[in-house]
Design a protein around this ligand. Structure first.
Ligand SMILES: CCCCCCCC/C=C\CCCCCCCC(=O)SCCNC(=O)CCNC(=O)[C@H](O)C(C)(C)COP(=O)(O)OP(=O)(O)OC[C@H]1O[C@@H](n2cnc3c(N)ncnc32)[C@H](O)[C@@H]1OP(=O)(O)O
Length: 215
């Protein structure tokens, strides 16, 4: 599958890339929230739009072809930086910082008004998105990476926007299939639960000798 790239980016080069693009990504996230909640008048939005157009003109001067992909450095950390959940260069991503423990993964994160579904609550598709990523990372962290085959989500009660925690762990592995479970909680307890099957695709099975590539 295209999109996996192995390179020799050094830790320093990776940090430079992060420092170059992370601030503009964070500003764009803030912008998304302001598009929803700003109450300035039409003249002010017109002025803001002019500034935005100028920024778009600058950024358009040099654009890579295609999406970012998953870039794995032989010398530094792996960069899933276009990823919709954890991508540090993706303003659509909250982004989650996922902590890998021995037997589970977890993340404390905040969801802004840009993730609203029912009034004041997180969109169900966003909860599924986050759990897909967490369960997938739990599978990869356990040394059995895979594509989502099936994801089952149970919405126990409305998930409030704001501060949340997501956790996931592997339940069992059967050959190329890894069964993972996880949940999203607020301060009151569990809001959403998920279970999923993550399958190492046929095309990737020859790569299984180097599973660290996918972690
Ligand atoms: C190079 C490694 C690849 C892994 C990459 C992971 C990177 C990890 C890195 C960092 C963690 C990041 C975390 C990311 C999280 C997000 C993940 C996503 O959102 S993934 C996007 C959504 N999912 C798809 O687009 C899948 C599309 N479907 C497929 O590609 C195939 O259908 C696939 C891989 C699911 C299965 O196809 P087959 O041909 O490769 O496998 P067959 O040999 O047919 O099946 C193997 C076993 O799995 C069962 N199976 C097949 N499909 C199933 C399904 N949908 N649900 C449950 N079981 C299924 C079969 O019955 C079979 O079981 P029996 O061995 O006979 O017991």
């Amino acid at each position: 599958m295209s999109g996996y790239q192995v390179d020799d980016a050094t830790v320093e080069e990776i940090e430079t890339e992060r420092a170059t693009y992370e601030p503009i990504t964070e500003a764009t996230r803030r912008l998304a929230d302001l598009c929803i909640r700003s109450q300035v008048d039409a003249a002010s939005t017109a002025r803001a739009l002019e500034h935005l157009q100028a920024a778009i003109d600058v950024l358009s001067q040099d654009v890579a072809e295609g999406p970012y992909g998953l870039r794995h450095s032989r010398q530094g950390p792996t960069r899933p930086w276009g990823n919709a959940v954890v991508g540090v260069r993706n303003p659509v991503a909250p982004p989650l910082k996922v902590v890998h423990e021995t037997d589970h993964v977890w993340s404390d994160f905040e969801l802004s008004s840009a993730y609203e579904g029912p009034p004041s609550l997180v969109h169900g598709g966003v909860s599924a998105l986050i759990l897909d990523q967490l369960l997938g990372e739990a599978a990869a962290a356990a040394g059995s990476p895979g594509m989502t085959g099936t994801l089952t989500v149970r919405y126990r009660r409305g998930t409030p926007l704001g501060a949340l925690r997501a956790e996931a762990r592997v339940e069992r592995t059967e050959g190329y299939k890894t069964f993972a479970v996880g949940q999203i909680c607020d301060a009151e307890g569990v809001c959403v639960e998920a279970e999923g099957v993550f399958i190492l695709p046929r095309w990737a099975r020859s790569e299984q000798e180097q599973p660290e590539r996918f972690e």
